[in-house]
Design a protein around this ligand. Sequence first.
Ligand code: UD1
Length: 360
Amino acid sequence: MKKIVTILGARPQFVKAAVLSRIISGKKEIEEVIVHTGQHYDVNMSETFFTEMEIPEPKYNLNINGLGHGAMTGQMLEKIEKVLLDEKPDAVIIYGDTNSTIAGALAAKKLDIKVIHVEAGLRSYNMKMPEEINRILTDRISDLLICPTDSALQNLKKEGYKNIDTKVVKTGDIMKDAVEFYGKISAKRSNVIQRLGLKKHAFVLATIHRQENTDNLEKLRSIFEGLEEISKEIQVVLPLHPRTRKILENNRLEYDFTMIDPVGYFDMLELLKNCKMVVTDSGGLQKEAFFNQKHCIIVRDETEWVELVDHGFATITGSNKEKMLSAFDTYSNSITDFNISLYGNKVGQSIYKEIKKIIK
Ligand code: UD1
């Protein structure tokens, strides 16, 4: 039986890997070995996702976290290499753009193991983002590049990928499958709406964690002041990433709206279904807002999911408070038809077929 090693470590990767792991274990044609780098380690950032989404238990947990980028990526590289030497897989699957992604790709490629990158080709064209650096380098050394969108495919074409010995395919976005599958059961599995005493369409859902916002106090303050201003009109609910919590606490920044601990996937889906709109700097949540037919205010200076902005489902405000408020006003009063297919269908199945082809 062919063997693949899946390398993951951060919350958005658990969501994506859950879809493919379910397919792989159902088909019983490929053995999957899961390696958790340990990048995200709090129970509500990691274990909850494995339990709720029924992701198979990782065979290896490398416990690498709480370090700077260099030490984190370096230690991952060293430990993943050891795992790969022991496991001798036919391919390695990596997801997205985190330090776990680039470490996995680099370790595998140098051992001449095929690298499969799910969510390839995304670009923000902002080289100050650690994620952008991770994406570009990961794509360049991958053997199978699985693009979620046309724009991702075009980005790779522009970079000259037709001249590189790499297979590039567009399958759609795997997160769509996750929202569809788990969205059918989330109401039964989550009581977050009752727990927080929320009413349908009477709250805004927000998340803030990007380094470009959290590590720049001026931007962070402006975003939080914007949210506080919005909260005078409608309740704001913000599940707080540990990075953001630490920085708010260290700088004694306090705001008067609902901040809660990070929530699991079922809670997140119920918050998405029931909210009025989303304010976020997350990549994944922008699309999850769209899948749940909600507008999204993107508090970044650019997005990789350009089609959401092109179609008017999302708007980019950066950390500018006035722009946030103006977008909030516009979306509060607009009715939009979200019935357009931007991210494919049965994406996990298409990705599975491509994986089988490359390891045959
Ligand atoms: C990482 C990814 C980012 C992704 C995000 C999703 C990189 C460069 N960035 O950013 O692409 O969008 O995950 O959340 O890989 N921490 C905890 N508990 C946890 C996890 C983290 O306290 O369970 C702390 C860490 O110790 C660190 C901070 O939060 O101090 C940031 O964590 P880190 O993994 O470096 O980056 P993220 O901001 O989560």
